[in-house]
Ligand binder design. Structure first.
Ligand SMILES: Cc1cc2nc3c(=O)[nH]c(=O)nc-3n(C[C@H](O)[C@H](O)[C@H](O)COP(=O)(O)OP(=O)(O)OC[C@H]3O[C@@H](n4cnc5c(N)ncnc54)[C@H](O)[C@@H]3O)c2cc1C
Length: 160
């Protein structure tokens, strides 16, 4: 919209949650070789996601679950945690998210317009990055400078 190239792609990460299980895991677990994020909540339910995608419709701000893909997420969880084999899935959901081609968000000032700042394309990591990015952006906008090393996040990496 502002003439600054930003190849952001709409994606639809998917999650599922199980019925309560006896407590067996305190850590938030990720897998290195295949997509998985895995966390048992204090009430015993297990929230599982980590990369399998549904179908994103950015024009309507809607997403659609793709259950054959979600099945693979459940399968990975069962293979890594055999205790999950009898678990019942009670709910699943997805949402529209912005992904950059290098999975690194765009954070910092516009290269084209004075007074315009970018913070988008969090590539499925925006919850964890939000508080830090918010603090950096507030300082940057209020004072025009930041100590944060923002060069790798610059929108100029996509300049034609
Ligand atoms: C299922 C799922 C699970 C996730 N799990 C995690 C996780 O475990 N950890 C993690 O760190 N991150 C996770 N994320 C990613 C995280 O939710 C996002 O990175 C984060 O919400 C992005 O924040 P944002 O403010 O950049 O964008 P958004 O939260 O998408 O906000 C953008 C806003 O802009 C509005 N908008 C769009 N176009 C216009 C327009 N033209 N004019 C006005 N408003 C407009 C939209 O309606 C929306 O409200 C997950 C995402 C999904 C979908």
């Amino acid at each position: 919209m502002l003439g600054e190239p930003a190849p952001v792609e709409p994606i639809a990460p998917m999650m599922l949650v199980t019925a309560r299980l006896p407590h067996f895991c305190d850590a938030v677990v990720g897998a290195a070789g295949r997509p998985l994020s895995f966390k048992q909540m204090p009430n015993g339910t297990v929230v599982i996601g980590g990369g399998r995608r549904g179908r994103a419709d950015p024009s309507e701000n809607l997403s659609e679950m793709l259950f054959p893909e979600l099945r693979l997420t459940a399968q990975t969880a069962m293979e890594i945690f055999p205790v999950m084999r009898g678990a019942a899935i009670v709910r699943s959901w997805s949402g529209v998210e912005g992904r950059m081609p290098d999975d690194i968000p765009v954070i910092g000032p516009s290269a084209r317009h004075e007074g315009l700042y970018h913070a988008f394309g969090f590539s499925a990591h925006g919850f964890q990055m939000g508080p830090g990015v918010g603090e950096i952006m507030a300082g940057l906008i209020a004072t025009g400078a930041t100590q944060a090393p923002l060069a790798p996040f610059s929108i100029t990496r996509f300049a034609a």
